[in-house]
Design a protein around this ligand. Structure first.
Ligand code: NAD
Length: 424
């Protein structure tokens, strides 16, 4: 019998947290037990062994997974993660997350996720390529532009996607660029994909500010994490006139009450192996201090479990825009709610990435590529519209934006499921 829910490890596990929010939304929707179980149960789970001849001649066998959580709304969509702590349970939970995220932003995809237990930093480029190709060959009947479309995630990148396109295309005897997204531009990637998640964070933050009658030009922002999502969110909010008073990365947090010059910070990080260490014109503070600064907007864009029941009562931001996946634990939700803090949940706030992934897939199918302006305009429109729908859903049910987003997503998938019916 299938285990309907991922096996979860402890009370601050982001996936367990996600499940508790799912249950709450399902309760509000009054979903019947069978549908509730159906929507928690992954539709397909694939486990493959990946034997590789290493550069030193030895043979090693890696384990890889791909889970299609739900394809009721369209083909599976989700990244592939290369990390030592990948597990089938984690992949199952992340795949479910993708189902809700796609539904929230109205992207006609289901949820999927993949992973290989390996440490990409300990592998040579040749070994990485072999692992990727063998994994793809094993998944030849799983992946496909109409069935399941992978993308990069932790430990994978454009190059890995290029190897997947090539391997898949070799087996199919023609070039199938739409089998993955997050590809290099020259192989059919989309303009604007790299900035998409940060741009989506900016879109929903501005939409929330509008609702609260806040002026971006008079607002202060703190951003945790200065990688893809954090640095782009910081740059775009800075471009909108916000004063970004604090930014951070693994080396610590950097604060200037008069605002940080984000372009100077980007340049510094670029010339400093991607790190903010040694940033000028800013006082070094701790990452914990950054989270509790008195700012208008806080963007956690680093990792999960940053806002917990331990520090939630100290948060002084008016808006939290979750650039990262799972930065707030379920136990922190009611505390933030009681403080009147508006939390734009991850499944909405960071869905700009999957939205432009969808645009990439559309362009691949059309064989016609859009200008950056067109990509950005459509992304802005999609994110704004998703924000408004989530906002209205949460108002209607007198719930937080997070529960509103889950209600919206689960209702969509459940409605589609009921229309399609149960085959068999
Ligand atoms: P990244 O690796 O590019 O950047 C992560 C940043 O966080 C780095 O600057 C790192 O130094 C910093 N960091 C790590 N630990 C930290 C800590 N304890 N305190 C402060 N900073 C810390 O990763 P990314 O792609 O920007 O992803 C960030 C988050 O956003 C992840 O949760 C990811 O799942 C989520 N996300 C990313 C995308 C995307 O398109 N990249 C899309 C959706 C969600």
């Amino acid at each position: 019998m299938l285990n309907p829910t991922p096996v979860l490890h402890d009370s601050s596990n982001p996936f367990l947290d996600m499940l508790s929010r799912y249950e709450r939304a399902a309760e509000i929707l009054n979903l019947e037990e069978g549908v509730r179980t159906f929507l928690k149960t992954p539709m397909r789970q694939h486990i493959v062994s990946i034997p590789i001849q290493m550069d030193d001649g030895t043979i090693k066998v890696f384990e890889g997974y791909r889970v299609i959580h739900n394809d009721v709304l369209g083909p599976g969509k989700g990244g592939i993660r290369y990390a030592m702590d990948v597990s089938l349970d984690e992949v199952k939970a992340l795949a479910a997350w993708m189902t809700w995220k796609c539904a929230v932003v109205n992207v006609p995809f289901g949820g999927a996720k993949g992973g290989i237990i390996c440490d990409p930093r300990q592998l040579t480029k040749t070994e990485l390529e072999k692992i990727t190709r063998r994994y793809t060959a094993n998944m030849i009947n799983v992946f496909g532009p109409d069935s399941d479309i992978p993308a990069p995630d932790m430990g994978t990148n454009e190059q890995v996607m290029a190897w997947i396109v090539d391997t898949y295309s070799m087996h199919k005897h023609n070039t199938v660029s739409g089998v993955v997204t997050g590809k290099p531009l020259i192989l059919g990637g989309s303009l604007g994909r790299k900035e998409a998640t940060g741009r989506g964070v900016m879109d929903v933050t501005l939409a929330a500010m509008e609702r609260l009658n806040m002026d971006p030009m008079k607002s202060t922002v703190a951003v945790q994490g200065f990688g893809n999502v954090g640095s782009i969110s910081a740059k775009l909010l800075y471009d909108q006139g916000c004063q970004v008073v604090a930014i951070s990365d693994v080396t610590g947090a950097y604060y200037n009450s008069k605002g940080i010059d984000i372009y100077a910070a980007l340049k510094h990080s670029e010339n400093n192996k991607g790190l903010l260490e040694g940033l000028k014109d800013a006082e070094k503070i701790s990452n914990d201090e950054l989270l509790t600064l008195k700012v208008d907007v806080l963007v956690p864009a680093a990792r999960e479990d940053q806002i917990t029941e331990k520090n939630a009562s100290k948060i002084r931001a008016k808006i939290i825009a979750e650039g990262a996946n799972g930065p707030t634990t379920a136990a922190a939700d009611p505390i933030l709610n009681d403080l009147g803090i508006i939390v734009i949940p991850d499944i909405l706030a960071n869905a700009g990435g999957v939205t432009v992934s969808y645009f990439e897939w559309v362009q691949n199918r059309q064989g016609y590529f859009w200008s950056l302006e067109r990509v950005n305009r459509r992304l802005d429109r999609a994110m704004r519209s998703a924000f408004n729908t989530v906002y209205e859903t949460s108002q209607k049910h007198n719930e937080s934006l997070r529960i509103g987003a889950y209600i919206l997503a689960i209702d969509k998938v459940a409605t589609a499921l009921k229309l399609r019916g149960i085959y068999g």
